[in-house]
Design a protein around this ligand. Structure first.
Ligand SMILES: Nc1ncnc2c1ncn2[C@@H]1O[C@H](COP(=O)(O)OP(=O)(O)O)[C@@H](O)[C@H]1O
Ligand SMILES: [Mg+2]
Length: 203
């Protein structure tokens, strides 16, 4: 998990240091507004909107590296936030069903599940032509089980796994993350019948 630690450090740095610097620039620019000639106002607006865009990019980058929310709020609220923004962006409906997850905190497990949902959903947006995705997580006594299921066009798993090595590292990464924690990840998919990723991780 060295890589995750490194991501966390860079993410915090981006969020705190860069984020605050950009906020300060924004403030100073807004003070300028009353003191500059009218001929410069358009240019000022332009700079303000560039700084705004940059703040958003820094926030998104920081979140992609390591969702800080995960540490503050835990897995399920962070997933709800991610799914809301996914739906806003893609118009694909999502439904999250999480059973017995309330007091659950384990950093490695949380980040693994978050990354799997993130990659699976990115695949849905990129490849599936789906209308709906259902995400289910269930905490049992010694394991977490769950799935991510879409109603999209599906794919030929054997064919894709033959090509793996040259490209398609998303599915392989997902499987590797789960196996590091001693769990299993199984993919079910059929042309025209959607895709379902099943996870089963001991805890
Ligand atoms: N939910 C899905 N629906 C349809 N096809 C999928 C889905 N997930 C993965 N695929 C297929 O499997 C391939 C491999 O996925 P992945 O390993 O994540 O690589 P990448 O997304 O970079 O192509 C994709 O290119 C796509 O053809
Ligand atoms: Mg992918």
């Amino acid at each position: 998990m060295r890589r995750e630690e490194e991501c966390k450090r860079i993410s915090l740095e981006l969020h705190d240091a860069m984020g605050q610097t950009l906020t300060a620039i924004g403030f100073n620019l807004s003070y300028l507004r009353n003191d500059i000639p009218d001929s410069c106002l358009e240019l000022l607006d332009d700079i303000v909107s560039i700084v705004d865009d940059m703040s958003n990019q820094v926030r998104n980058l920081s979140h992609d590296l390591r969702p800080i929310m995960l540490d503050d709020l835990g897995l399920i609220p962070t997933l709800r936030w991610f799914l809301n923004s996914f739906t806003r962006r893609t118009k694909i409906k999502t439904k999250l069903e999480a059973v017995e997850f309330d007091e659950y905190r384990n950093e490695n497990l949380e980040i693994t599940i978050y990354r799997i949902v993130q990659e699976a959903l990115n695949n849905v947006a990129k490849h599936a032509e789906a209308k709906n995705v259902k995400i289910s997580l269930k905490r049992e006594i010694t394991r977490i089980t769950g799935f991510i299921q879409d109603d999209g066009k599906g794919f030929d798993i054997n064919k894709i796994f033959k090509e793996i090595g040259e490209k398609h590292i998303g599915l392989i990464n997902m499987r590797e993350r789960v196996s590091i924690l001693g769990g299993t990840l199984k993919i079910q998919s059929e042309n025209g019948k959607g895709t379902r990723i099943n996870i089963n991780i001991p805890c």
